[in-house]
Design a protein around this ligand. Structure first.
Ligand code: SF4
Ligand code: MG
Length: 330
């Protein structure tokens, strides 16, 4: 599979009054052409920081990309100037955020907002840009696009606004779309429609999607591969099938048990006890030790090795390592 993005050993920290927070601590991740890769984890696990690093949207100060590389089309984004990154942002890589209202300007028509970017980047005439905007509204399923272009954001429902934001993100035909909790602010029915829309767009355009979410239900519907993050690290990665049916990391297993299922009453959900570790002073060993029902002595002392279980499935947990038992014995 062709890789379009390659993240290697990414470390990102934030300087705060309380000290330095190590938000991302050695992330390795590839994105393949035409796939949907979900990054899943609780809030504060580093998933949004990872996504924002790809767009070089880490405010500095207080944020710093301390180490690592993010390679897109042969170039390391972390080393590009702001000007070079601006040429990529919205054109080759686009991003969609949780709240569509913050992405739309309430004082400008949808038509103006849709055509602004593309006129700038592709030097289209007004008529060409308008044609493209109409096509985009069609693509995201907004009826009577020609009339709708003249309207303002407040004249659309929440779900429609999110569709417009998606159209804006796609108008320059990016190769990679990063969606950070794109359905969290929407009600369940609209959520399902937006997820279907992502699926259809991917089939029609071949765009790769990174989907950031805390919601495994969302992931189950559209992800090809899933990376599970915990305390700034990717602790398990695999295909959707590997993660949903063969999860090996106790944290992934815990997350799966805390997802509501249609055949379960919600009061049977088992949330994971405890809270993630403090990332001012992250533990040296496995960060899940304090919450893990299977923790061994070695877990709190040494970070587990990376274990490849298949060419798509990898996990970082001492349970995969025979040597853990030797450590136990000594
Ligand atoms: Fe649990 Fe140890 Fe595996 Fe961490 S390394 S998840 S503490 S068994
Ligand atoms: Mg987030």
């Amino acid at each position: 599979m062709e890789k379009i993005l390659e993240i290697k050993d990414l470390h990102v920290s934030f300087q705060t009054y309380g000290g330095k927070v190590q938000a991302v601590r050695g992330v390795h991740l590839d994105v393949h052409k035409g796939e949907t890769l979900a990054i899943v984890g609780e809030s504060g696990c580093g998933k949004s920081v990872t996504a924002n690093s790809i767009m070089k949207l880490i405010p500095s100060p207080p944020g710093t990309i301390e180490r690592g590389s993010i390679t897109f089309k042969g170039r390391d984004i972390t080393r590009l100037s702001d000007k070079e990154v601006r040429a990529i942002r919205g054109v080759d890589i686009s991003m969609i955020f949780q709240d569509p209202m913050t992405a739309l300007n309430p004082t400008l028509t949808i038509g103006t907002q849709l055509t602004e970017g593309i006129k700038q980047h592709q030097r289209l005439s007004q008529a060409e840009a308008k044609k493209k905007a109409t096509e985009m509204l069609n693509l995201v399923g907004i009826p009577s696009p020609e009339e709708r272009l003249k309207q303002y954001p407040h004249q659309f429902s929440g779900g429609m606004r999110q569709r417009i934001v998606i159209a804006m993100a796609l108008i320059c035909e990016p190769e990679l779309l990063i969606a950070d909790e794109p359905t969290t602010a929407l009600d369940v029915t609209i959520q399902a429609q937006i997820l279907k829309l992502f699926d259809r767009i991917q089939q029609e355009t071949g765009v790769s999607i990174i989907l950031i979410t805390h919601d495994l239900g969302v992931v189950a519907k559209i992800a090809d591969r899933i990376a599970v993050m915990y305390a700034g690290k990717i602790i398990e990665v695999g295909t959707r099938r590997e993660i949903f049916y063969q999860a090996q990391h106790p944290y992934t297993q815990g997350l799966l048990h805390s997802v509501p299922r249609l055949d379960q009453k919600t009061d049977k959900l088992v949330p994971i006890d405890g809270t993630p570790p403090d990332l001012f002073a992250p533990p040296e060993g496995c960060p899940f030790t304090a919450r893990c029902p299977l923790a061994m002595e070695v877990c709190g002392k040494v970070y587990p090795f990376h274990a490849d279980l298949s060419h798509t499935h990898a996990v970082e947990c001492w349970l995969q390592d025979e040597r853990a038992k030797q450590h136990l014995a000594t």
